[in-house]
Design a protein around this ligand. Structure first.
Ligand code: ADP
Ligand code: LRH
Length: 501
């Protein structure tokens, strides 16, 4: 058949991008038509997303796709967990909070006093992130917004609602909220009821690959988007789309979805809900086609980008990303390692000072220069990947031959090499826009199915198409004989610091 051309809206916490994706049986092409910076906006003591600004940028991007060729579909994915509330008129009740906002401080402990953490894990299968949607709703109890709310929408669903007028929550993203029961495949209404939360605000679930509806004609007219273009539910959790976009040609692979967060784990057929998995605080998120994303959230390149922001604010010379990474390559390996998942690194702020504080506390050499801090962050990230990957394999009883690194961080060749060294496994890096590719492919399959075609039938077919059309970078572990560093000893240092996270 002829090529399909769709708009993939992929919203990261650091940047949002809109891509034109063109798909045929043998080709897959992604063109970035619009990119805009994203980040939290602090208002008095709250940290929010500028969701109207994001909506405007999304419309701009979709219009540009439409202006440069045919437009057969629109799909939206974004970071997980955060949400907006609508009142009974469908009006947004305030700005969505960022999960990095402090209002959830202490909430997890409060909930644990009511709901046994083992029961919570058995229901949700999730790592105990302090800022889950569940904890955010508990923090919001008693607020006018929550009391007036009729509908809770996750961010991609809110943006899709503004395009189509249709209310629903896509399943992969629902699975990240801790409001979802992965054993029943439905909202965890009992759990919410026990916590006094209004479960009636949870909308119907929708499947990745289903058609949400056409763009409303008045919306299209204002925004310059052609009439009746279908909005397709993709794996609307960006990590779900990124895992679709992992160009694996075997099932013996691990992945790191490397962006603002690093998501480190495996694709499985069934969740691992053992006591050992709970103690290791591992997540079972829902993937596309019924897969399970068994993974760990690692603090990610957020730490580095907050360092860069701090240095830029302080007008420190030579602190552009590319220059720093080049210099960090020559810095001594594993001089300073810290627990990169320390909760103090979660909120925005002066990250270099926090890294120095963690190093000093741990009795590690305190990094002073930006290059030393950068190297410490990258070494510590790779060390975390090493530990969590090994744990994932042990818990799932699996073995792998390769680690796929996708997302913006796959362009960080130093981090990719360190990841190969730390894990002792070859790393295949790329594509950097795996989430957008996953978004495009799930849309394409849905639209092809509408035409009665069975192309791109499964994840293997999608991945094979990516592999045939995208170049990957390979990194081999450095042998000890050629100066490979002692990752085992470094890991013992961090574990000695009490790293439990
Ligand atoms: P998100 O989707 O969470 O916004 P991305 O997947 O876009 O994040 O990844 C952003 C990160 O990718 C940046 O913080 C940066 O560290 C890294 N990155 C982006 N471009 C490059 C590059 N050219 N070289 C090295 N790292 C890069
Ligand atoms: C990555 C991500 C991750 C979530 C976090 C909130 O962008 O979606 O999978 O845990 O953001």
């Amino acid at each position: 058949g002829s090529a399909l051309r769709v708009a993939a809206v992929d919203l990261g916490a650091t940047s949002g991008r809109i891509m034109a994706g063109t798909v045929s049986a043998r080709s897959l092409h992604l063109e970035e038509v619009h990119r805009f910076p994203n980040g939290g906006v602090r208002v008095r003591d709250g940290l929010f997303w500028d969701v109207l600004g994001i909506h405007r940028e999304v419309l701009t991007g979709i219009r540009r796709v439409a202006e440069t060729g045919p437009l057969h579909g629109i799909g939206i994915d974004s970071w997980a967990i955060d949400y907006g509330l609508l009142d009974r008129d469908g009006t947004l009740l305030g700005n969505p909070y960022s999960h990095r906002d402090a209002r959830t401080d202490g909430v997890a402990a409060k909930v644990a006093a009511t709901v046994d953490p083992a029961r919570l894990y058995a229901t949700t299968g999730l790592q105990d992130l302090p800022f889950s949607t569940l904890y955010q709703l508990v923090a919001a109890q008693g607020t006018a917004a929550l009391e007036s709310a009729e509908h809770l929408l996750l961010l991609p669903d809110l943006l899709a609602y503004w395009l189509t007028g249709t209310i629903g929550v896509e399943r992969t993203n629902a699975s990240t909220t801790a409001l979802y029961d992965l054993t029943t495949g439905d909202w965890a209404r009992d759990l919410m009821g026990e916590l006094g939360l209004p479960w009636s605000i949870l909308p119907p679930l929708r499947e990745p690959g289903s058609i949400i509806g056409p763009v409303l004609s008045e919306v299209g007219r204002h925004a310059g988007i052609p009439k009746r273009v279908p909005v397709v539910a993709v794996g609307s959790h960006d990590t779900a789309s990124a895992v679709v976009g992992v160009p694996a040609d075997t099932d013996r692979f691990a992945y790191i979805s490397s962006g603002t967060w690093s998501l480190v784990g495996l694709e499985l057929d069934a969740p691992v809900l053992t006591e050992a998995a709970r103690r290791a605080d591992f997540t079972n998120e829902g993937g596309v086609d019924g897969t399970v994303r068994f993974l760990k959230n690692v603090m990610g390149l957020w730490v580095l980008s907050e360092c860069l922001r701090t240095w830029a604010d302080q007008r420190v010379e030579g602190t552009g990303l590319v220059a720093l990474l080049a210099a960090a390559e020559d810095a001594p390996a594993l001089r300073t390692v810290v627990d990169i998942n320390d909760p103090r690194l979660l909120p925005p702020g002066d990250m270099p000072s926090r890294i120095r504080e963690l190093a000093a506390e741990a009795g590690e050499p305190v990094p002073t220069t930006p290059v030393e801090v950068t190297r410490c962050v990258l070494d510590s990230l790779a060390l975390a990947y090493r530990r969590h990957l090994r744990t994932a394999l042990e818990l799932a009883g699996r073995e792998v031959d390769v680690v796929h690194v996708v997302g913006g961080g796959s362009q960080n060749h130093l981090l990719c090499q360190l990841t190969a060294d730390a894990t002792g496994l070859p790393v295949l890096a790329g594509p950097s826009e795996a989430a957008a590719l996953g978004n495009v492919l799930v849309q394409a399959r849905a639209l092809l199915q509408e035409q009665g075609s069975t192309e791109l039938a499964d994840l293997a077919a999608m991945r094979s198409l990516i592999r045939r059309t995208h170049e990957l970078h390979r990194f081999e572990p450095t042998p000890a004989a050629r100066g490979g560093a002692d990752w085992h000893a470094a890991e013992r240092r961090v574990l000695g610091q009490g790293a439990a996270s």
